[in-house]
Ligand binder design. Structure first.
Ligand SMILES: Cc1cc2nc3c(=O)[nH]c(=O)nc-3n(C[C@H](O)[C@H](O)[C@H](O)COP(=O)(O)OP(=O)(O)OC[C@H]3O[C@@H](n4cnc5c(N)ncnc54)[C@H](O)[C@@H]3O)c2cc1C
Length: 403
């Protein structure tokens, strides 16, 4: 046991993974979440090879393989169905050491929560303020029974893209930027549809895109992205969405027709376009979307949060808290800043409403041989845990970090 204590603010994928990683290194961890309960989150999530390797490193890879659906390929189509890109899972696995998985977000939450020691999670507690000195940090929490202050050796701010703690620590930072589009998400039952187990994305020419992936519980997770003005409020209406995509290739119209309307979710996409001066402030460390929200165009937001958690625990396990935090900042900022830039650029290309720009994009993509296409998406996937032999199926104590 290290005897060290940590407070994690936010029970998203980043917060829960960092709590698990720190507990695996012997830390005493409490996670504070503002929501009154961890409700099943109604969407799917793609787990890319880099995050599969991170979960393997934590000993959670077996659970991921049991609960997630391995994707046989990545493919890109155009709205009438022409395939312009195809990367088989074997190629990805050979090159990057793991394939892609997709699973229900609620399943990923359950998997992470199941690994935590009993009593770790405290819900209904909103962090309002954080202070830090050389040796510890203190969080002021609004709880059902009043306001309390809790201190620990380390505070992990994993409170998402609209992080209140980031805004407090870096008041000059401009905050999240609108990416120019909104994303609808839902589920369709797999039994009535003949959908291959691939991560598929279809590009339209008028600022629309559709993607889907099979998840493990007999459901197909899908998303539809529409270019809109910031603060526009399109009607929350599955029938309208089905009308917009009715002339796209199957199984898109069938999938929308088979989706229960109550599964429909919408999120406008915001990301952190500007660099933060640091991910660390005294004994407070930013992690996940709070540090580096990217757009979903590279399918990496949650994956990068999982990488953060592995890196944080490994760095402080090897170097002690303060040196370890410096190593975390050095290791994570360049990678996540470049991912944020890439995601913003890609989003503009993929959501273009200009038919000419869309034609150029489609022609270039179709001309790329598979190895080059794989290279184009490969920067994110090539990540490996900063140190240590991957383990599966049990807790893992971290070894030295090299940076
Ligand atoms: C449409 C869409 C599709 C996506 N698809 C993918 C994908 O396929 N693969 C992928 O890797 N990523 C994907 N992402 C990105 C991914 O969802 C996020 O990057 C990831 O969920 C971030 O996790 P997080 O833990 O950092 O933040 P969050 O999930 O936002 O969690 C933050 C938590 O903190 C809590 N909280 C906030 N403020 C406070 C406070 N003051 N006090 C206490 N608790 C607080 C919140 O309630 C929440 O539970 C997608 C994103 C979108 C929008």
């Amino acid at each position: 046991m290290s005897g060290n204590t940590a407070i994690v603010v936010g029970a998203g994928i980043g917060g829960l993974t960092s709590a698990y990683a720190l507990q695996s290194s012997g830390w005493q961890v409490t996670v504070y979440e503002r929501a009154p309960a961890i409700a099943p989150v109604g969407a799917g999530v793609g787990i890319a090879p880099n995050a599969v390797k991170a979960l393997d490193h934590l000993g959670l890879g077996t659970a991921l393989r049991e609960r997630g659906q391995r994707q046989e390929a990545l493919e890109i189509r155009l709205e009438k169905g022409a395939r312009v890109g195809h990367i088989p899972a074997e190629g990805v696995e050979r090159r990057y050491g793991a394939p892609f998985y997709a699973l229900h977000r609620a399943e990923l939450h359950r998997l992470l929560l199941a690994g935590l020691e009993p009593g770790t999670l405290r819900v209904g507690r909103r962090a309002e303020k954080v202070t830090t000195d050389a040796g510890q940090a203190t969080v002021v929490l609004r709880a059902p029974d009043g306001v309390v202050a809790e201190s620990a050796d380390l505070v992990v701010a994993a409170d998402g893209v609209n992080s209140a703690l980031r805004a407090q620590l870096f008041p000059g930072y401009p905050g999240p930027a609108f990416a120019g589009y909104t994303v609808w998400r839902g589920f369709a039952p797999a039994r009535s549809l003949n959908v291959p187990r691939v991560l598929s994305e279809t590009w339209g020419s008028g600022g629309a895109r559709f993607g889907h992936a099979a998840v493990n519980d007999g459901q197909i997770y899908w998303f539809a992205a529409e270019t809109i003005a910031e603060h526009a409020r399109p009607a929350h209406d599955l029938a309208r969405l089905a009308a917009r995509f009715r002339n796209w290739h199957e199984p898109i119209p069938a999938m929308l027709a088979a989706s229960p309307p109550e599964t429909l979710l919408r999120h406008d996409v915001y990301y952190l376009r500007e660099r933060l001066p640091s991910f660390v402030h005294g004994r407070v460390v930013l992690l996940g979307d709070a540090a580096h929200a990217v757009t979903p165009d590279i399918g990496q937001g949650a994956c990068l949060a999982v990488e953060d958690a592995v890196t944080l625990a490994a760095a402080i396990g090897e170097r002690g808290i303060d040196d370890g935090l410096r190593a975390y900042d050095r290791l994570r900022r360049p990678r996540t800043e470049s991912m944020a830039r890439l995601s913003g650029r890609l989003g503009r290309i993929l959501q273009t409403a200009s038919p000419t720009a869309a034609l150029l994009r489609n022609t270039i993509t179709a001309a790329l041989p598979t190895p080059l296409l794989m290279k184009a998406v490969g920067g994110a996937l090539a990540w490996n845990p900063p140190y240590g032999t991957a383990t599966t199926g049990g807790r893992h104590i971290h070894g030295p970090v090299s940076d």
